[in-house]
Design a binder for this molecule. Structure first.
Ligand code: HEC
Length: 116
C-alpha cells in the first residue's frame, strides 16, 4: 500500500527542491526587499529570506509558511494575489511572478516546505 501511494504521488507531481527550485525564485524576485538590515520588506515585517531558517521563522508577527498547506500559507496567498492586488508580492512596481514560479512555490509548500 505504501509503495502504491508513493507511485501515485510520484507520477502526479515532481519533487520540488528548495535549493534548486525555490531559492532561485526568492533570489531573483524577493530578496532585494527581504534582506536585513535595509530591505523595505524586512524593515516593515522582519521577514528575511537569506536562509531557509529565517524564511521559515517568518515575520515578527508569525510564520508565513504552513508546511504542507499552501492554501493557508501567507507567502502563497500573497504571491497568488489572493489577499488582493495591494498586498500582492512582489510589492509595488514589480511584476507578479510567472505562473510556473507560483506553482513551484505552491508545490514546495504542499510537499512539506522541506530544506532539500
Ligand atoms: C519591492 C519590495 C518587495 C519585494 C520585491 C518583495 N516584497 Fe514582500 N514585502 C515588502 C513590504 C514593504 C512588506 C510589508 C507589508 C506590506 O507593505 O504589504 C512585505 C511583506 C511580505 C510578507 C509578509 C506579509 C504580512 O502581512 O505578514 C511576505 C510573506 C512577503 N512580503 C513575501 C514576499 C515574497 C514571497 C516575495 C517575492 C516573490 C516578496 N515578498 C517580494 C516588500 C517587498
Amino acid at each position: 500500500m505504501a509503495v502504491y501511494i508513493l507511485l501515485i504521488s510520484g507520477c502526479a507531481t515532481q519533487q520540488v527542491s528548495y535549493q534548486d527550485d525555490v531559492v532561485p525564485i526568492l533570489e531573483s524576485r524577493c530578496i532585494k526587499c527581504h534582506v536585513s538590515p535595509d530591505g523595505v520588506g524586512y524593515r516593515a515585517t522582519g521577514l528575511e529570506m537569506g536562509s531557509y531558517e529565517s524564511l521559515m521563522q517568518g515575520t515578527a508577527y508569525g510564520q508565513v509558511i504552513v508546511a504542507g498547506d499552501s492554501r493557508r500559507s501567507m507567502l502563497n496567498m500573497l504571491v497568488e494575489g489572493r489577499a488582493g492586488k495591494q498586498q500582492r508580492m512582489p510589492h509595488y512596481e514589480d511584476d507578479a511572478l510567472e505562473p510556473v514560479q507560483i506553482e513551484t512555490l505552491r508545490q514546495w509548500v504542499n510537499q512539506g516546505a522541506l530544506d532539500n
